[in-house]
Design a protein around this ligand. Structure first.
Ligand code: PEP
Length: 251
């Protein structure tokens, strides 16, 4: 079954990028992916909303996929400053990250909100990447697996299938810190996530599970080789084409 899960390397650019730099980055990634000619893995970039359309244009024909970093649960309406899944789709996105820990922390997003956003992604024809992960305090208290289970149960909408869902395990304490769990810890978390998905998704064995948190070119091969890891969600290292491509190569 593992080989039916095509690895995905996703870049989360966060609140970074003005047009000139972002387009150079997108072009660098697109050129690298085109040159590599990968058919056995997916490479996704998720720029800030202002750049989705320009990046989608810049990577056209390269095989690079484009996604949003977040979406609102509603399709339209009085939600100043927000972006709907339909708008992302219209701008050229095919994917959207929902429930990133920075959204959960900065914007108080609950599991119910994340779930509604994943449903919005489906409504718009986008593939949601649902993020979950424990804080350092939760890990130190031995609560990691319980936290992941609760977040999954709260954030994954009913009716999810492997074709409609990607899950990213991102320990909050590993994001942007240079710290990573051991491969055994990653494997244990992913095995538990897959087990819990067994009760939520009809084809749980086929759902892609990404690891995220301080992945870079130098540690990608080791982290991606951990059990049940089907790719990576990459923040900082996705802002340099060479580094991001090195991670994609390791997949
Ligand atoms: C992220 O924000 O999704 C992330 C994994 O960040 P970083 O790779 O910088 O730790």
């Amino acid at each position: 079954m593992a080989r039916t899960r095509r690895p995905m390397i996703a870049g989360n650019w966060k609140m970074n990028g003005l047009r000139a730099d972002a387009l150079a980055l997108a072009k660098g990634v697109a050129d690298g992916v085109k040159q590599a000619g990968w058919r056995d893995r997916e490479v996704l970039v998720c720029p800030p909303a202002t750049l989705v359309m320009a990046v989608a244009d810049a990577v056209k024909g390269s095989g690079v996929l484009v996604g949003g970093e977040d979406c609102h649960a509603e399709a339209s309406g009085a939600h100043t400053g927000d972006i709907s899944a339909e708008m992302l789709r219209d701008a050229g996105a095919g994917h959207v990250i929902v429930g990133h820990s920075e959204r959960r922390t900065d914007h108080g997003e609950t599991d119910a909100v994340v779930r509604a956003k994943a449903e919005a992604a489906w409504r718009a024809g986008l593939l949601p990447i649902v993020c979950i992960g424990e804080t350092l305090a939760e890990r130190e208290a031995g609560k990691t697996l319980g936290v992941l289970e609760a977040q999954l149960r709260g954030s994954v909408p009913s009716g999810a299938t492997a074709a409609k869902l990607v899950v990213a395990y991102e320990p909050v304490w590993a994001i942007g810190t240079g710290k990573t769990p051991t491969t055994a810890e990653v494997a244990a978390a992913h095995a538990h996530i897959r087990k819990v998905l067994g009760g939520l998704v009809s084809d749980a064995a086929a759902v892609r599970l990404l690891y995220g948190g301080s992945v870079k070119g130098s540690n990608a091969a080791e982290l991606l080789a951990a059990g049940d890891v089907d790719g990576a969600l990459v923040g900082g290292a996705s802002l340099k084409a060479d580094e991001f491509l090195a991670i994609a190569k390791a997949a």
